[in-house]
Ligand binder design. Sequence first.
Ligand code: TPP
Length: 388
Amino acid sequence: MTNPNNATITLVHRARFVDGHGLTIPTFRLLKDDGQLYADAAEPVLDRQQALAMYRSMVATRLLDERMLAAQRQGRISFYLQSLGEEAQAVASAAALAPDDMILAQYREQGALLHRGFTLDQFMNQLFSNEDDLGRGRQMPVHYGCRELNFMTISSPLATQIPQATGYAYGQRLAGEAAVTLCYFGEGAASEGDFHAGLNMAAVLKTPVIFFCRNNGYAISTPASEQFVGDGIASRAVGYGIRTLRVDGADTLAVFEATRQARQLMLEEPQPVLIEAMSYRLGAHSSSDDPSGYRSRAEEERWRKRDPIGRYRLWLGHRGWLNEDEDRRHSDGLRRQILEAMKRAEQKHKPPLESLVEDVYAAVPRHLERQLDRLKKQDAANRKRERA
Ligand SMILES: Cc1ncc(C[n+]2csc(CCOP(=O)(O)OP(=O)(O)O)c2C)c(N)n1
């Protein structure tokens, strides 16, 4: 006897319920905590330039996050989301892609966009919603998007990007493109129906999409232990017939290699892959959150020791690829550039009100024109009142 996929079925004659015990999926890890490779680990093919580029993107992401969180505290921007402790997941996975591959992100993957070449000025323009913001001030801060860099605009409702990624990748397959789609989401988002719809469709339609789950332990205040029972997110993909790999999300080399191999698999034969990257969200969920209400300092401290940047820096040092003085000078220079870009963005004008109704329709429909008229009148009245 066989199942619908022609796999041979084993017949048993006693009822034995399968509960997953003993089926735990292992975790792929290349670097030890001291930055040395495990004895049986194969080093990924990476030259010095690529390896340093990843390091610099991770450092830049962290410095950008620090500065913008401070800017939110100073009331200069309304909202921010940092990726402290998760920089390797976004940067190293994006580094394993080709520029033509599409990325659909959740909201904590600024490192991927930065690594693709989104400039500090572009980040700042979006965060300050000014006239040079590619989204023209219509999105929440951190909801970046960039057509030129193949990075789909981020949206707030959790998990909507998952079926969209499946659809996009299906399009790539139908068009015969030698490109793939990578879709980031958190383990919290994997509780949404869209996760299941997206994965099942991808499996059945054999679309070249890498589902990249950042399992960082919390969905805002809900720990993973209260989100699901069972062997994490990876085992769900196996249930859908999707090739799956669990990886240490704080190991830059392992994340790079996992994504590189996933991409290779789907270029050989269109098929989805799921990577579950295990990590910890070291910072608050967002600038509106206070994690001291739902977890202990001691827990955070334990994870702080597993900082992905620190471990990778050690490896670069062992390799003789990182010079300390140069590293410090580079970080100081970056801090300055971030500050300068922030000041430039802050001084720019906001987009004109008219831009609210542009871009969607070839000609602005009457009802939107009427709404815009009312808005302009209201705006003028508000300004008059403020001046009085
Ligand atoms: C449909 C929907 N429900 C709830 C929310 C509110 N919300 C925003 S982020 C979040 C937690 C997501 O956790 P996870 O996917 O693990 O990502 P992380 O923030 O840990 O990176 C929730 C519940 C939302 N944005 N959309």
